[in-house]
Write a protein that binds this ligand. Structure first.
Ligand code: A2P
Length: 335
């Protein structure tokens, strides 16, 4: 059975991770088409031991494509995902363009794999911070419904794309050389700094990034009344998001019960031995398939016996490309 795959945005940070994930997960593609802007046409990239030439994205790029992995901007997804779908491909889109549309499944394969079955040609990959947070609380929600969810995130610069990652590296080199630091792609200097400003601010004072947890969380957990609030912070970390979580449930879940549930959950590693300084960190979970959960303890501020947890996942992998390739795996299992 043939499976012709295209990657839109193949030269970007998530695009590069798509190539790694397809190779590492031995995704059985028959052909691979790499698409990016005109600037990148002709560039050579490797995947699974073969060299591929990047092509400029065009409306006729999707002929014969079965699965189109999108990792470009929301604007490009809005323009080209319907074109790819109409050409016969199933689109798995990493942008926020379609996530909240009622006929577009929003899928974390470990949490709501069945939703992928209901696609009409486009499946959305959730926001990276939402994935890292829900990997920790989704398995608990299956045991006792979440009544309130509060998160504070510590988000890597990779979430802002390849140019932003290069900006952090350049600021580091400039600082070492005693040169003035340039701030070009980000709202603030990222080196030696952090800022509570990811995506744009909305009328309620939250950023769009923060509201994604509420809206996407409701859809993925199939919990339309979920009360969730986030503060999302960019930190000078290269590619792993960390999330501090406070969560309450209909029925209290004790820390030991949470450890036991999460210990049996697919895609999660409980790494929770603070006495030995063992808790998830961005460096430990860089390029790891699993999301690490630790610091599992009672939320002593909660009247309802809530939990406090700490969850860390690779933004480019589980937060983006890996999750999308896992969705593609669900699709080919069904073909
Ligand atoms: P290019 O490298 O040619 O600009 P990131 O999120 O890491 O910044 O990556 C964005 C991805 O989206 C890159 O692969 C980029 O390609 C691609 N992209 C940007 N603009 C376009 C466009 N107009 N058409 C197709 N791909 C685009």
């Amino acid at each position: 059975m043939s499976c012709n795959v295209a990657i839109v945005g193949a030269t970007g940070a998530v695009g590069a991770e798509f190539l790694i994930q397809l190779e590492q997960r031995r995704f059985p593609f028959t052909s691979l088409k790499l698409l990016a802007s005109d600037r990148s046409a002709g560039k050579k990239l490797r995947c699974a031991g073969k060299e591929y030439t990047v092509e400029a994205l065009r409306p006729d790029s999707f002929k014969g494509v079965n699965i189109a992995l999108f990792s470009a901007s929301t604007a490009i997804a809005k323009e080209y995902a319907p074109i790819a779908r109409d050409a016969g491909a199933v689109v798995i889109d990493n942008s926020s363009a379609f996530r909240l549309e009622s006929d577009v499944p929003l899928v974390v394969p470990e949490i709501n794999p069945d939703a992928a079955r209901r696609h009409k040609g486009i499946i959305a990959n959730p926001n990276c911070t939402t994935i890292v947070a829900l990997m920790a609380v989704g398995p608990l929600h299956k045991v006792s419904k979440i009544t309130r969810l509060i998160i504070s995130s510590y988000q890597a610069i990779s979430g802002a794309g390849a140019e932003a990652m290069a900006e952090l590296e350049q600021q580091t080199r400039d600082w070492v050389a005693g040169r003035p630091l340039k701030v070009e792609t980000q709202p603030q200097q990222i080196l030696f700094n952090l800022y509570p400003h990811i995506d744009v601010f909305t009328d309620n004072g939250y950023t769009k990034e923060e509201m994604k947890l509420t809206f996407e969380g409701r859809k993925i957990l199939d919990h339309p009344t979920l009360k969730a609030a986030a503060t999302c912070v960019r930190v000078p970390v290269m590619r792993c998001h960390s999330v501090s979580i406070n969560v309450e449930f209909e029925r209290k879940i004790a820390p030991d019960e949470a450890r036991s549930i999460l210990g049996k959950s697919s895609g999660v590693e409980v790494f929770d031995n603070p006495a030995k300084a063992e808790y998830p960190t961005p460096l430990r979970y860089t390029q790891k398939e699993k999301v690490g959960v630790g610091r599992i303890r009672e939320d002593i501020s909660s009247d309802r016996g809530g939990l406090a947890l700490w969850s860390v996942g690779d933004q480019l992998a589980k937060g983006a490309a890996q999750n999308a390739v896992q969705i593609a795996e669900l699709l080919i299992k069904r073909r």
